[in-house]
Design a protein around this ligand. Structure first.
Ligand code: 1GP
Length: 256
């Protein structure tokens, strides 16, 4: 019998298998802006257009009730994984498949590096959320997460610095590295930085923040990004040309 404390790595298995076919896309939904049924509607539309998973999170001070309601509604609407992108302990809620169990690598606040994790790991287990070990690295400008996260943002030209963080994350056992320019950033993480990080590590490279067009997506995919995350575009423009262009570049990179 399997150990109930160690649920199968269902989402990680899905990610590994899907990534074997090429890069993938995740849609970030903020349950504060798109609660319950609205979140389900966005998720359904995104998945129909080819998104491979749903992240829930992204605002400040999200409540457990709002997160739980969104998780339940989105789970009922789509078959792809539903993963909590935590903003703090309030984001820990039942109903999702997994949680990005992430250390904010370049924060000056130890709570965001490890201390909150120590306080909440048992809650993650009790909620039966699959923890996905991830290094989270904020690149300038960083936007709101850069401020709230009290980061020393990595300069956009500092490709060696970013690669160093990523390799350290891998050596510490983290299984993904997320390069974050910040939600709503005027430009995504620079492709040369993505290229340097991708060639420095074996773990999958997730890139998010400021991806608004098919061209943005293409540059990042050409540089080696394996997971693209977008949020603002669907909030501001719905499923228009921008979102469709991004998904079509992901499909093209997968050879489809
Ligand atoms: C936030 O990187 C994501 O963590 C999404 O950013 O809202 O700019 O798409 P956008």
């Amino acid at each position: 019998m399997s150990d109930p404390r160690s649920p199968a790595l269902r989402v990680e298995q899905y990610l590994a298998e899907t990534l074997r076919g090429g890069p993938i896309h995740f849609t970030l939904i903020d349950p504060d802006k798109s609660p319950g049924a609205r979140a389900a509607h966005v998720a359904r539309g995104a998945v129909e257009l080819g998104s491979h998973g749903i992240l829930l999170g992204g605002s400040t001070g999200i409540s457990r009730e709002v997160m739980a309601e969104a998780a339940r509604a989105v789970k009922a609407a789509v078959k792809v994984p539903v993963v909590i992108f935590p903003e703090g302990p309030g984001s820990l809620a039942p109903g999702a498949d997994a949680i990005l169990f992430m250390s904010l690598l370049n924060s000056r606040n130890l709570d965001l590096v490890i201390r909150t994790h120590a306080r909440t790991a048992s809650v993650v287990r009790a909620l039966r959320l699959e923890p996905i070990p991830m290094g989270y690295l904020v690149i300038a400008p960083g936007m709101r997460v850069g401020e709230v996260g009290q980061v020393d943002a990595v300069d956009r030209e500092d490709v060696r610095g970013a690669a160093g963080y990523a390799l350290a994350a891998q050596f510490l056992g983290m299984r993904y590295i997320y390069l974050e320019a910040g939600s709503g950033a005027p430009a995504p993480v620079p492709p040369p930085m993505v290229r340097a990080v991708r060639s420095a590590v074996e773990i999958p490279v997730i890139v998010g923040g400021g991806i608004r067009t098919g061209n943005d997506a293409r540059s990042l995919l050409d540089a080696g990004a394996q997971v693209l995350v977008t949020g603002t575009i669907t909030e501001e423009e719905g499923f228009g040309a921008g979102f469709r262009g991004i998904l079509s570049e992901v499909r093209r990179a997968r050879g489809g």
